[in-house]
Design a protein around this ligand. Structure first.
Ligand SMILES: Nc1ncnc2c1ncn2[C@@H]1O[C@H](COP(=O)(O)OP(=O)(O)OP(=O)(O)O)[C@@H](O)[C@H]1O
Ligand SMILES: [Mg+2]
Length: 351
């Protein structure tokens, strides 16, 4: 297994810059997840790392060795795509061993690697079946198995679970987490799924328009988004963003004179008595999920507000609800959209 270093990676297609200077260090054994809106360059970055695309500028190092111009087949990486291209005429076992036979690996070694991967992915009972006789989840596990048996330096996953139904996604996600714990490989994983990103990642890289917006542990990004983009992107339902003037005591600038926008997550908006309310909102939609309830509401100036409540709610559309914002959980952003960090504590003079 190996670490990865990207320095100043740029990629243009024709005259259009798709990656605009990516610097990133990934440690040996780390599970790193790329997230970002459609078209922001996630797959392109993965393909650049794999060697399936050349870079316009910058360089790539695997385990301290520069591979920027090394052919994909010589980088020792394995990529798993959204659509698992299995060979339909081969059994599961043959699908997994095919690449190893081409590499000239001894039969006994191949069969031990295939058996081990099959056991990890709970495919042992299916080794003699053809892909047509497998479920979508089982097929995707075979595709992952094909990557595992090659013992790659780094695993690259491009939305590997997005074709699976909800239940299979959850099951396969847990298998991937267990797999990472067992083999400890360096993994880079692209997803649109918030839960996958939050639960699988050691660190999440948030991409936007070909640049990195923020890198951090899932809870770092959730608790301390560096800017409005990350604040709105990480978390589902998304963070509420309000003009500062809407919130009592905030407009005066006693906390930070610079804040232009306040952010508050749905779970930090609390229904309260009228007298202590920051806002009174009108409920537009109630989503009862059983264990929790999401209230979608509108405040002054048509400002939308999402509220998450534990358990079940008696509220209905049209109800007026006074709410308070937990002061410990307010996020403040300046006019440029950057998080206002608390002023550094200056040493006080004891006069
Ligand atoms: N071969 C290509 N030629 C020209 N433009 C391309 C090529 N491949 C990708 N692009 C463009 O580069 C941008 C980034 O594409 P990319 O596939 O990396 O996005 P993505 O973040 O993976 O999006 P999604 O979440 O939809 O998969 C897009 O605007 C896309 O149209
Ligand atoms: Mg993509």
């Amino acid at each position: 297994m190996a670490g990865l270093e990207l320095r100043g990676i740029r990629k243009d297609y024709g005259g259009t810059a798709v990656l605009k200077g990516i610097d990133l260090s990934i440690a040996d054994g780390e599970f790193v997840v790329f997230v970002g809106p459609s078209g922001c360059g996630k797959s392109t970055l993965l393909r650049v790392i794999a060697g399936l695309e050349t870079v316009t500028a910058g360089d790539i190092h695997i385990d301290g060795t520069e591979v920027t111009r090394t052919a994909a087949s010589d980088r020792g990486l394995a990529m798993v795509f959204q659509s698992y291209a299995l060979y339909p005429h081969m059994t599961v076992s043959q699908n997994m061993s095919f690449a190893l036979e081409n590499m000239g690996i001894a039969k006994a070694e191949i069969s031990s690697r295939v058996d081990r991967a099959a056991r990890m992915l709970r495919l042992t009972d299916y080794l003699q079946r053809k892909p047509a006789a497998l479920s979508g989840g089982q097929r995707q596990r075979v595709a992952i198995g094909r990557a595992i048996v090659r013992d790659p330096k780094i695993f690259l996953f491009d939305e590997p679970l997005s074709n699976l139904d909800a239940e299979l996604r959850v099951a396969t996600r847990k298998e991937l987490a267990a797999l990472h714990a067992e083999i400890g490989g360096t993994m880079i994983y692209v997803t649109h799924d918030q839960v996958e990103a939050m639960t699988l990642a050691d660190r999440i890289v948030v991409l936007n328009g070909g640049r990195i917006e923020q890198i951090g542990t899932p809870l770092d990004l959730y608790n301390r988004p560096a800017n409005l983009f990350v604040a709105g992107f990480i978390g589902s339902p998304r963070m509420n963003l309000l003009p500062t003037e809407l919130v009592r005591g905030e407009a005066a600038g006693d906390v930070t004179g610079r804040a232009a926008t306040l952010g508050i997550r749905p779970e930090h908006v609390e229904p309260c008595q009228e007298a202590e309310a920051d806002l009174t909102v009108r409920i537009d939609l109630v989503e009862q999920l059983g264990g929790e309830t999401f209230l979608y509401a509108t405040g002054p100036n048509d400002t939308p507000l999402t509220i998450r409540c534990d358990g079940q709610s008696r509220l209905v559309r049209g109800d007026l609800l006074p709410v308070r914002f937990s002061r410990d959980h307010l996020h403040r952003f300046d006019a440029a959209g950057l998080a206002c960090r608390p002023e550094p504590l200056l040493a006080r003079s004891h006069s």
